[in-house]
Design a protein around this ligand. Structure first.
Ligand code: ADP
Length: 390
């Protein structure tokens, strides 16, 4: 059965077509700069640059590509039975994969205020896919859903009750990725009941405590700005700073948002949000870059300590996403001097995790340390397929 996975952003649309349940990738690509003068469309080896006025235009190009007899992918659009959509915010309403109906779309819309950058774009993707693939079942997979298992004591803030009733609580993000890598880690451990910490370290970054397969706590909260230090986001800061900026320094609320979201994190500390540049600068002796790396790894360590204390132990620590999968420097800095916690890695294995099936732990380490490439698209395909086919 063919399952198309769509991750729709405000000016981009990423897609993958899978043959399920074989998990075979048939097509992988993306449309970028939608709505701009010149857009770019890429599907497997096929690349074209031309105006892509709307998301619909991008999906039309994709169907053209899929139906082109030379590509031998499908003979008719009806062969695509399921379209799985990534939706960032599901609020309290969505805990699991959900078949999209008019009511579901309405609820995704109600959640616009909680994820103003993402949910509108996700809904555009859904509406467009319904137009282009009217016969397919449309499924929404929510980034917040995995974290709905977080117990009240970890998702409630200590502020007046009425705000909780209004939906102000920890939601957490990157759930699809944390769920995927935690399941992969449990396969490697050979058990489903385990205590894990999964570290999704991309441009955005979050740490999750996964206890017996369920999210127990996570570092992002009501929004995606807090927790770990990220590419351009501050991570945890003292709330008083925001009021000081607003009331004493004369910044507007929009300016403060922009500073904490786009101008902070590694960008503020080291002048770049690309970790490769920062590593290179640090190697050359750049003090700012060195300090930035130390603070970046330090923020992660603090969450590891927190979660080990909460779960009273740890079976495995999992690194994933751009930085987690590729930076041996960050993995080393995070795991250095953690033998008290039972964590130690083998420096050779850390340099080349693939060779060791992602297990970089030292023989003496009580805790397994894994590097597991995330695959959010496959996770969406699996969950969508399981919902429809079962
Ligand atoms: P996004 O959140 O945008 O999906 P990614 O998961 O692709 O982000 O991660 C992007 C980050 O990964 C960037 O900071 C980039 O510098 C970093 N990265 C990618 N490859 C490497 C590498 N080989 N070494 C160090 N960092 C890397």
């Amino acid at each position: 059965m063919k399952v198309l996975v769509i991750n729709s952003g405000s000016s981009s649309l990423k897609f993958q077509l899978f043959e399920m349940p074989q998990e075979k990738v048939l097509v992988k690509g993306l449309a970028e700069r939608i709505g701009e003068k010149i857009g770019k469309f890429k599907a497997n080896d096929f690349v074209v640059e031309k105006p892509l006025a709307t998301h619909k235009k991008a999906l039309e190009l994709l169907t053209e590509y899929l139906l082109n007899p030379e590509n031998k992918i499908i003979d008719s659009k009806e062969e695509i039975k399921i379209v799985g959509h990534r939706v960032v915010h599901g609020g309290n309403k969505f805990v699991e994969p959900t078949l999209i109906t008019a009511e579901v779309k309405e609820k995704i819309k109600e959640l616009f205020s909680l994820a103003p950058l993402h949910n509108p774009a996700n809904l555009t993707g859904i509406i467009t896919a319904e137009e282009i693939f009217p016969k397919a079942k449309q499924v929404a997979i929510f980034d917040t859903a995995f974290h709905q298992s977080i117990p009240v004591k970890n998702h409630k803030y200590a502020i007046p009750e009425k705000f909780y009733e209004e939906g102000i609580r920890k939601y957490g993000f990157h759930g699809i990725s944390h769920q995927y890598v935690s399941r992969e880690a449990n396969k490697r451990l050979g058990k489903e009941k385990s205590r894990l910490i999964t570290l999704h370290l991309g441009n955005g970054a979050s740490a999750t405590a996964v206890w017996n397969g369920k999210s127990y706590d996570t570092s992002m909260g009501f929004g995606p700005m807090n927790g770990l230090i990220m590419g351009t986001r501050s991570g945890d800061i003292d709330q008083s700073i925001i009021f000081y900026m607003l009331d004493k320094m004369g910044y507007s609320s929009a300016e403060v948002q922009n500073i904490l979201n786009k101008k902070s994190g590694m960008m503020a500390l080291a002048g770049s949000n690309d970790l490769r540049d920062i590593e290179t600068a640090a190697e050359k002796g750049d003090e700012k870059a060195r300090l930035a790396l130390e603070m970046y790894a330090g923020a992660i360590k603090k969450y590891i300590g927190n979660y080990i204390a909460q779960m009273n132990g740890l079976d495995a620590l999992v690194f994933t996403a751009g930085i987690g999968e590729n930076s041996d420097v960050v993995r080393k800095m995070v795991t250095d001097d953690m033998n008290y916690m039972g964590i130690s890695i083998d420096s050779n294995k850390n340099k080349n995790p693939q060779k060791y099936n992602g297990d970089i732990s030292d023989a003496s380490s009580q805790v397994k340390v894994f590097v597991i490439p995330t695959n959010e698209e496959l996770e969406i395909a699996k969950q969508s397929y399981n919902l429809v086919a079962k």
